[in-house]
Design a protein around this ligand. Structure first.
Ligand SMILES: [Zn+2]
Length: 238
């Protein structure tokens, strides 16, 4: 398979737009190491690629931010069951090469991470219900802004979304890595020091203008705009 053969426009729920596949492929570069690397500016803090796909919503045409490697996996293998994690055999988060993307359950992912020498402290606790790899995966999924804490909790058989919030904010499993999400109180303080508010954030998300144009208009950096669009920040604003 070649990069030119990748298609995502046929996925369920995707609104047909001319050149959608070509636009997706334009952000992928084959590397010397053999990976197909996502070079678009939308990424999670840990480097997983994000892409805004056009969808239909009850209010009409809309855009949804999706994980790029999961889009590729789904395009080739069909819908991804909730208990399945799509893992990188190459251990390179921005990679989209189909034969580097492998299916694992959170448990398998845990064994894989442990084999690669990542932390195991929490797993030694007999009562722990999660593996460290699951904790990292939970933090990355939440940081990507695609799912609610409760939706992630359901996927791991955890009763409460609050358990997931404690994990992503580092209040539990603090010895394990992954992307931490700032808690609401600290975020509110940080937001007071910016030129943004909920109305401006909504306007930025609804806009189809470029990052540069939006950054100039709101007098913030392009990274700030990208983080808003990827829902890494201002997650509490619908
Ligand atoms: Zn790869």
């Amino acid at each position: 398979m070649k990069i030119a053969d990748l298609r995502i426009s046929h996925l369920r729920g995707v609104r047909p737009l001319p050149n959608l596949d070509a636009r997706f492929r334009a952000h992928i570069v084959a590397t010397a190491a053999g990976c197909w690397e996502w070079r678009y500016h939308l990424r999670t803090p840990s480097g997983y690629g994000l892409f805004q796909i056009p969808v239909e919503s009850p209010r009409g045409p809309a855009w949804r931010t999706e994980s790029a490697h999961r889009l590729v996996y789904e395009a080739i293998h069909g819908p991804i069951p909730p208990e399945v994690e799509v893992m990188h055999a190459c251990d390179h988060p921005p990679c989209l090469r189909p034969n580097h993307l492998v299916k694992g359950t959170p448990k398998l992912n845990g064994e894989d991470r442990a084999r690669k020498g990542r932390g195991i402290r929490g797993e030694r606790v007999r009562t722990a219900k999660l593996t460290t790899a699951q904790v990292v995966a939970i933090r990355e999924r939440y940081a990507a802004g695609l799912e609610s804490a409760q939706a992630i909790a359901d996927g791991y058989g955890l009763e409460k979304g609050e358990t997931v919030l404690a994990i992503v904010q580092g209040r539990s499993w603090s010895h394990v890595g992954g992307t931490r999400t700032i808690d609401d109180r600290r975020r509110a303080e940080a937001n007071r020091n910016t030129k943004l508010d909920a109305d401006r954030v909504r306007a930025i998300r609804a806009s189809r203008e470029s990052l540069s144009v939006l950054a100039r208009r709101y007098a913030v950096s392009k990274q700030t705009i990208a983080a808003i669009l990827a829902r890494e920040t201002w997650r509490h604003v619908p």
